[in-house]
Design a protein around this ligand. Structure first.
Ligand code: NOJ
Length: 478
């Protein structure tokens, strides 16, 4: 049942956000492009892993490699002012390394997309790496698992340099990496055999070192002449103690300091979280020199946020899955028999707007306020439960997604005007129904239905219309 009041019709929300507020959609190359072997693309770790796991693969995805013009038309139709997409490293450098050959066809693909976006008045943001690491680099030195990361840093920074050189005349917003917390979690779930706790920590640590080197390069060679901004997309859910039991309170705090603080503390504060101290030497420490380089290595705070859970303060019970699982904090989405919010597909996420408010205030107070660094919500969205089993009419009439987005954007407006939080953009995940890394095409986050059996036909869902109406109402016109 829909219980909300549409903010697009609420006079109290008219013109609440500034004229230059960017609103749009986010996507990732492997999840939408398909064209796995087209135009000279090399394989990424996902091509191999998903084939092996015999699940859905990204071989076709949403066929955006071919249908990108339709994607741009949809963005126009939805009145988006920004689009965040990622470039596929193996499409541009099929083997990935700094001495390997460059695939000009891959570069051309992104150049066309960037030009079409700009012609349509849509600002591009590029994520340099959204999980799809070239397979060859994984074979050469275990990519992000490398104990000595020097080769990785040199290859990744060289790829980033190529992106700045070829796209930076037109692209003014960059994200070095997407979700350094989720990436090792995905790798741990079967993609790398025998993955250990040390590997988990190593991957996160190496991402920080790569991020710092790429930002150093951008700032020293490109930023001034290209006049752009750079950051990294960090994700965090909100975790609330289920009651006032000190163990629940401690675990809720620890969950955020651990997942979020691992990356946000060095980048925004130049410090290292103590949340991992109990792991001793297994957790690699940043040196003072590394911390000094990381401090301030982001021009805006790019936050991906979806949902909220309760920390119970109880021991995590083994779930019978033999695979490595880093999550040692027990969480639940049900309290006294009631769900924390409306449930999304596979429970990811639940609609908990008050949790969004808490993470926004936490991020602002802890990392941004002092330096007046703006927050950009680089991902936020909802997968309607059981949508994959619905008729097209029901899919289009996506009330649960509309309710989620309406409530979350309302919170965004509230923190801007009531709490003075500076938020400069909001990107809905996602433009299209696409592949979810380990769950295939089941959960659907798109505001556009993609009929994979029927030429990848794109059909707008009603949430796309609601969003256009909301932004028209809440963003001031110039
Ligand atoms: C975050 C990731 O960046 C994206 O790849 C994923 O599809 C969404 N969350 C939804 O789970």
């Amino acid at each position: 049942m829909v219980t909300y009041r549409n903010i697009a019709e609420d006079p109290a929300y008219k013109d609440v956000l500034p004229e230059d507020f960017v609103h749009g959609y986010s996507s990732a190359s492997y999840q939408i492009e398909g064209g796995a072997t087209a135009g000279g693309r090399g394989p990424s770790i996902w091509d191999e892993h998903l084939q092996e796991a015999n699940q859905d693969t990204g071989d076709d995805a949403c066929d955006s490699y071919r249908l990108w013009e339709q994607d741009v038309s949809l963005l126009q139709q939805y009145r988006a002012s920004g689009y965040r997409f990622s470039v596929s490293w193996p499409r541009i450098v099929p083997n990935g390394g700094r001495n390997d050959s460059i695939n000009e066809e891959g570069i051309k693909y992104y150049n066309q997309l960037i030009d079409a976006l700009l012609d349509a008045g849509i600002e591009p943001t590029i994520t340099i790496l959204h999980f799809d690491v070239p397979l060859e680099l994984h074979k050469r030195y275990r990519s992000f698992l490398a104990t000595d990361p020097r080769e990785l840093i040199a290859d990744y920074t060289s790829f980033a340099k190529l992106c700045f050189e070829r796209f930076g005349d037109r692209v003014k917003k960059w994200l070095t990496f997407n979700e350094p917390w989720i990436f090792p979690s995905l790798l741990s779930m079967g993609i790398v055999k025998g993955f250990s706790k040390r590997d988990f920590f190593r991957v996160g640590h190496n991402i920080l070192l790569c991020h710092s080197d790429i930002v150093r390069l951008y700032r020293s060679e490109f930023q001034q002449k290209q006049n752009g901004l750079i950051s990294i997309a960090l994700n965090s859910e909100w975790v609330e103690p289920i009651n006032d039991d000190p163990r629940a309170v401690k675990d809720a705090k620890l969950a955020i300091e651990r997942d979020f603080g691992w990356f946000a503390d060095p980048i925004f504060l130049g410090t290292q979280t103590t949340a991992w101290d109990k792991y001793g030497d297994d957790f690699p420490r940043l040196t003072q020199e590394e911390l000094a380089l990381l401090r301030g290595s982001a021009d805006f705070f790019s936050l991906n946020h979806y949902g909220t859970g309760w920390a119970t303060g109880q021991e995590v019970q083994p779930n019978g899955d033999p695979r490595f699982n880093m999550d040692e904090i027990d969480k639940t989405f049900v309290k006294d028999g009631k769900p924390i919010g409306m449930r999304g597909e596979e429970g990811h996420p639940h609609t908990v707007p008050w949790g969004f408010r808490k993470i926004l205030l936490y991020t602002w107070d802890k990392y941004c306020k002092d330096k007046n660094i703006p927050i950009v919500i680089s991902e936020c969205g909802f997968a309607v439960e059981f949508e994959q089993h619905m008729s097209l009419d029901k899919i289009i009439d996506d009330k649960a997604r509309q309710e989620y987005l309406n409530q979350y954007i309302k919170i965004l407006c509230d923190v801007v005007r009531e709490d003075g939080v500076r938020v400069s953009g909001f990107y809905v995940w996602s433009l299209l129904d696409n592949l979810e890394w380990l769950s295939g095409y089941g959960p659907r986050f798109g505001v556009t239905h993609v009929d994979r059996k029927n030429g990848f036909k794109r059909t707008p869902k009603d949430s796309s219309k609601l969003l256009a109406a909301i932004w028209r109402h809440v963003v001031k016109k110039n």
